[in-house]
Design a protein around this ligand. Structure first.
Ligand SMILES: [Fe+2]
Length: 298
């Protein structure tokens, strides 16, 4: 199997936690990094609801009190769990440090831009006291685990990924798209801060790393041939979506029409029995992509 879609270990240092996105299992993954000498670092904090699930899981994984959280980018589903985890940490003697890109400060300080995602999770808590990370910076999680921060903007201006050179694992948040099944890549050019130029540059960087495993927020960890193919497959899928949007730029508000085109032109290989299951998510993804596209092509 080359796509891990279950909670569990990815390698000796990395554990996939199913943060259960809006009540849906395997909707959102966060990753726990743990060194042999007890160093811990959680990559992303989930939503307010999923933080409770993450907290319970960290206890069972003997990773609480947690030492650090790194936020991959300032979108609500990666940040809004911070408040709950900080409250829980305050009940302990152990400080919890929260890190994000040095570019994330203004977006974290004012999370109201997340209203673009049309969720019912607002109002969004602003996140303060976040320690800035530079592109290329190394962090020692423990004696046997040092990670490197890699700037991967595109999906969001402040997006970073976390690279573990020793295991060849990279945790990429939302930087390069989503994978909802073995043969189902969904791109996410879905915010007002989307930058195609930066996305392409970040994609080149990802390819150059030749990662052994690629851990996605939505959802799971790719390995083997899946990991090798993912940068090219993901870029090509993005381009196919953009082709649909550019060829139908007069109908960007007609989301059912655009989703029908996705089924007809791209996802025709998905068995009919799974389509109803995927339809709501695909509709949301297309709605966001079309609005972001319209904003950038006025
Ligand atoms: Fe995101």
């Amino acid at each position: 199997m080359t796509l891990i879609r279950q909670e569990g270990p990815i390698n000796q240092h990395t554990y996939l936690i199913d943060a259960v996105h809006r009540g849906i299992p395997r909707g959102h993954a966060v990753y726990l990094l743990k060194s042999r000498d007890g160093g811990t670092c959680l990559i992303d904090a989930g939503t307010k609801d999923s933080a409770k699930i993450i907290y319970e899981k960290l206890i069972t994984l003997d990773a609480w009190p947690l030492k650090r959280i790194i936020i991959t980018h300032s979108h609500w589903d990666h940040t809004q769990g911070i408040g709950f985890l900080r409250e829980k940490a305050a009940e302990t003697e152990s400080p919890l440090e929260v890190f994000a890109s040095e570019k994330a400060g203004p977006f974290l300080a004012d999370q109201s831009f997340n209203i673009f995602f049309s969720t019912e999770e607002g109002p969004y808590d602003n996140i303060d006291q976040v320690l800035p990370l530079r592109d290329g910076q190394s962090i020692e999680v423990g004696r046997d685990l040092t990670i490197q921060i890699i700037g991967t903007p595109g999906h969001m201006a402040d997006h970073i990924s976390v690279w573990d050179e020793n295991t060849g694992n990279i945790i990429v948040g939302d930087a390069f798209g989503m994978k909802w099944g073995d043969d189902l890549i969904v791109p996410n050019p879905n915010s007002p801060f989307w930058s195609e130029k930066d996305f392409r540059r970040s994609m080149d960087l990802l390819k150059s790393l030749e990662a052994r495993t690629i851990c996605l927020a939505h959802f799971g960890c790719l390995s083997g041939s899946d990991a090798q193919r993912f940068p090219d497959d993901s870029l090509s899928m993005y381009e196919r979506w953009m082709e649909i949007l550019s060829q139908n730029s007069g109908r960007l508000e007609d989301i059912p029409f655009l989703v029908d085109l996705l089924w007809e032109k791209i996802y025709h290989h998905i068995p009919k029995e799974f389509r109803a299951q995927i339809q709501p998510g695909l509709t949301d993804a297309m709605d966001l992509a079309a609005r972001a596209y319209a904003k950038q092509h006025p």
